[in-house]
Design a protein around this ligand. Structure first.
Ligand code: UN1
Length: 510
């Protein structure tokens, strides 16, 4: 496995011949000259071809007893554990995630595999009493068939594992289309899964751009070779995936964006709240779906809180992601371009706090506590915006970058309403020492995941993960809840009376 990984993560051979489709170079966002992986993108035929192959392979995989599939998944966990550091280094190198966080991300795969090892021996169905004598009813979980999994690159291995591991455990085959800019990490995880014993036809890796993916998905859905789509990414693309699936009567598992609020109540431990805001607002350069978007601070503690947060932000070290930094570069050039547009909006409408410069970190716009070479990477200053109003664009839309807005509130109902206003509903946090405030906040928020005295990020791998509204269609990943995405209930109605017993009609009375 070590040698497999090093062949994936080693320096790309200069000018190596690539036959067929367009070549894509995945670059290190901290050093754009460093090519991490070189892949060939498939055309619109790639995904349907892989789905057809997966469909053939799935029949045999579904015959493997679930406890044995559980052992394969557990084997993947052990292989990931044995390669934890090299996989984390690859994640850091390919998408610029600080190494400490990358290690945490890899741990999330191990935890997921551990959890689903046990599920291989459960996958419980039920026995259900019948209305009639000598008749027994049962329920079984059956695999859906072929799952197409389309993932973003901000969690290039952990989030895919949330789909891959349960889907495989449940007896499905998978076609995985990872983000191109995380192609190397995707390849490494797939290699480990194949090494662990997942047959190649059961886990298929397809690289394709957005257009080819969308065309390919439509063809595969129409051909009936795909029974489930899992998608993690932006709300806009998620809506398109939902539309495609809907045309073929399918409901996908959608894990989309967030504009996650954090409420700071007047009785909050302000230093704890500052730490939570720093981690979930600017950590991972604000590029988690669970990143903090809007800080909603009680007016009595607003000045004090913003002062402390501003100071913490100025003291934070950022830059080279191989070191101990709050955040490194943005994921990829495409994301840097998107963030530039957010910065244009900010420049037009707001006066940021917390940084003397807004925009790219360059020699000309340096920053204290910067630990990198600004010329080589996609580094951005942290932005803190005070005085946000609910109709501000930056208050309403996910920015996917190191920017957080602050607004104030008077009553808890106002705070809840402000938190829900953007129409997302993924993760929400409240900092308070009053249990009643915590409880009322949980009841009122639209978020699928709520934290009390902890940040909006960092969900544990065995709780239901997912959101509502613009954050998704209500589907949930992780833990036992994801089983409903990758299995369907089948009922069995077994009559051993030897007579035709009619439900609703032959029910005896007492
Ligand atoms: C994502 O950004 O798509 O809860 C997932 C968290 C991580 C997962 C984020 N465990 O922040």
């Amino acid at each position: 496995v070590q040698s497999t990984l090093s062949s994936v993560i080693g320096p790309a051979p200069a000018g190596s011949a690539v036959d067929g489709g367009a070549e894509y170079l995945s670059r290190n966002p901290a050093d754009l000259d460093d090519v991490v992986a070189r892949v060939r993108l498939g055309g619109a035929e790639a995904l349907p071809e892989a789905a057809a192959q997966a469909q053939r392979a799935q029949r045999e995989w579904a015959q493997v007893p679930a406890p044995v599939r559980g052992r394969v998944v557990a084997g993947l966990g052990r292989l990931v554990e044995a390669n934890k550091e090299s996989l984390a280094r690859l994640v850091t190198r390919e998408i610029g995630k600080p190494y400490g966080e990358a290690l945490g991300e890899v741990q999330e795969i191990i935890d997921t595999c551990d959890f689903f090892l046990g599920e291989g021996r459960r996958l419980y169905g039920q026995t259900v009493p019948s209305e009639m004598p000598d008749k027994q009813l049962f329920t079984f979980r059956v695999p859906v068939g072929v799952a197409v999994v389309i993932t973003a690159g901000n969690f290039p291995v952990a989030v895919p594992s949330w789909y891959l591991v349960p889907a495989l455990l449940c007896g499905n085959a998978v076609v995985w289309k990872p983000a191109e800019y995380a192609a190397g990490a995707a390849r490494a995880l797939a290699e480990l899964a194949w090494r662990a014993g997942v047959p190649r036809g059961v886990l298929n890796l397809v690289y394709a751009d957005g257009e080819a993916t969308s065309a390919g998905l439509e063809t595969a859905l129409a051909a009936g070779t795909v029974q489930k789509v899992g998608f993690t990414g932006s709300s806009a693309v998620g809506a398109r995936v939902g539309e495609l699936c809907g045309r073929h009567l399918q409901s996908p598992c959608l894990e989309l964006g967030g504009k996650n609020p954090m409420v700071v109540a007047p009785d909050a431990d302000l230093d704890l709240a500052v730490q939570g805001a720093l981690f979930s607002g600017w950590g991972t350069a604000g590029q988690r779906c669970t990143s903090l978007g809007n800080l909603i601070v009680h007016r009595d503690v607003h000045a004090e809180f913003v002062g402390r947060l501003d100071a913490a932000l100025r003291a934070a070290t950022l830059g080279d992601p191989t070191g101990d930094v709050l955040y490194g570069p943005l994921l990829d050039r495409k994301f840097a371009e998107g963030f530039e547009a957010v910065l244009d909006t900010i420049a037009e409408h707001h006066t940021p706090l917390g940084s003397d410069h807004v925009g790219r970190i360059t020699e000309a716009a340096p920053r204290a506590g910067f630990a990198g070479d600004p010329a080589t990477g996609l580094y951005y200053h942290p932005v803190l915006l005070d005085g946000m109003r609910p109709d501000d664009h930056v208050f309403r839309e996910e920015t996917f970058g190191p920017v957080v807005g602050v607004t104030t509130y008077g009553t808890l109902d106002e705070a809840i309403e402000l938190g829900n206003a953007p129409g997302y509903g993924l993760s929400a946090a409240v900092y308070t020492t009053d249990p009643a405030t915590a409880f009322r906040f949980r009841q009122g928020t639209s978020a699928g995941m709520v934290s009390v005295n902890n940040s909006t990020s960092g969900a544990e791998a065995h709780l239901p993960f997912g959101g509502n509204g613009r954050s998704g269609n209500g589907s949930r990943q992780s833990g036992i809840w994801v089983l409903d995405q990758f299995t369907r209930w089948q009922s069995l109605n077994w009559d051993f009376s030897g007579a035709l017993q009619k439900a609703q009609m032959d029910v005896g009375t007492v």
